[in-house]
Design a protein around this ligand. Structure first.
Ligand SMILES: *Cc1c(COP(=O)(O)O)cnc(C)c1O
Length: 366
């Protein structure tokens, strides 16, 4: 039986805005069509249960919960870590993390969180001395205020840098010495695991809870897993229902997510393509590439004299879509719709765009 998988990337040219723009392919659509379903509100959706069991195995946690988005997984982690009486928590997270700059309003509104953004090192790891300062400062919510320390792996704003388990472990040990819950926002933990050639469970081990997206580079249409202890996940399951995040025939979405979990090794191809794109862009006069210590599928470029929004707009005119960032760089996220030719075409488009734009060209950096 054939499934119409729709236009992947053709109509819009090359779309590097995000790996969320991966489309479910024929295998995933077939899995959706054939998914055994029940009603997850009644706890009898077999495909969701299978996904949660496989997810827990992959993440090395006692249990896992299937949730609609990573944003909800992160919110549930903070809520569940705040205890049964849902005391207002303080959330300590990297100033450039997704939780600090894109989820802060939700965390404040729905978890009543006090957000403490921390300076980050070039690889994206929270600065440990700043972390210690934040942990030892008297919490505004009183001495018993619950504290959640969050680490993002890969670190998106730091060029998609993959963090090693040992480095995250040091942050986690320090956080736990002060009684904090450690949450890992691993929306792209699959990329980190593949780049570092370790199982995701090893990278999740230092944390008390972990978010893992199936709908970024892994290509499922929607969803994320929240892993943690059985008690923690049971609490998160109740909270998910209160938030309205429990889906009835969830198996239709869990089935392609199960396909996604088997595709981790395929991310290596995205990393190879991203490395080629970074190399090609580095050869473009006027383009300045950011080089994270452990790169994955993200490439960030700055072009001095050309604001990010204009960079993105002019490149879109040449059929290549990228995301402008608030710090003046633009972001390319490589995913399964791209190959070596896409990387070369994108770099050529950047070269042509810069060549035809009157910008101050600082020349190659030594
Ligand atoms: C994409 C992303 C999220 C949010 O994921 P959604 O599924 O879009 O809600 C959270 N954290 C990080 C690091 C992300 O990259």
């Amino acid at each position: 039986m054939a499934y119409d998988v729709g236009d992947q990337d053709t109509a819009a040219g090359l779309d590097f805005r995000s790996d969320t723009r991966t489309m479910p392919d024929a295998e995933m659509r077939a899995a959706m069509a054939e998914a055994r379903v029940g009603d997850d509100v009644y706890g009898d959706d077999p495909t969701s249960s299978a996904l949660e069991q496989e997810g827990a195995l992959l993440l090395g946690t006692e249990a896992a919960l299937f949730v609609p988005t990573s944003t909800m997984a992160n919110l549930l982690a903070v809520l569940a870590a705040s205890g049964p009486d849902s005391a207002r928590p303080r959330v300590i997270t990297g100033a450039h993390s997704h939780m600090a700059f894109l989820e802060d309003a939700g965390l404040r509104q729905f978890a009543g969180a006090d957000l403490l953004p921390l300076a980050q090192q070039p690889d994206g790891l929270p600065d440990i001395s700043r972390l210690t300062e934040a942990l030892t400062a008297l919490p505004s919510g009183g001495p018993r205020q619950p504290t959640v320390v969050c680490v993002e792996n890969t670190s998106m704003m730091h060029g998609g840098s993959a963090l090693e388990a040992s480095a995250v472990g040091e942050v986690a040990d320090q956080a736990r010495r002060h009684g904090a819950h450690v949450h890992l926002d691993g929306a792209r933990l699959a990329n980190a695991a593949v780049a570092l050639d370790v199982p995701p469970a090893e990278l999740a081990r230092p944390a008390d809870s972990v978010t893992f997206s199936v709908s970024k580079g892994l290509g499922a249409p929607a969803g994320a897993l929240l892993g943690g202890s059985s008690t923690f996940v049971a609490r998160a399951r109740e909270l998910r229902e209160r938030l309205g995040g429990t889906l009835h025939q969830a198996g239709v979405l869990a089935a392609p997510a199960l396909v996604a979990l088997r595709r981790l090794p395929e991310l290596a191809a995205d990393h190879t393509t991203a490395a080629l794109l970074a190399d090609q862009l580095a050869d473009v006069p006027g383009a300045e590439v950011s080089w994270p210590p452990h790169p994955t599928n993200i490439v960030m470029v700055r072009c001095s004299g050309l604001p990010a929004a204009q960079f993105a707009e002019r490149l879109a005119d040449r059929g290549v879509r990228v995301l402008p960032l608030p710090d003046g760089r633009v972001r390319f996220v490589v995913h399964r719709a791209h190959d070596a030719d896409s990387a070369r075409s994108a770099a050529r488009a950047v070269a042509a765009m810069i060549g035809s734009t009157a910008v101050a060209q600082p020349g190659r950096h030594p």
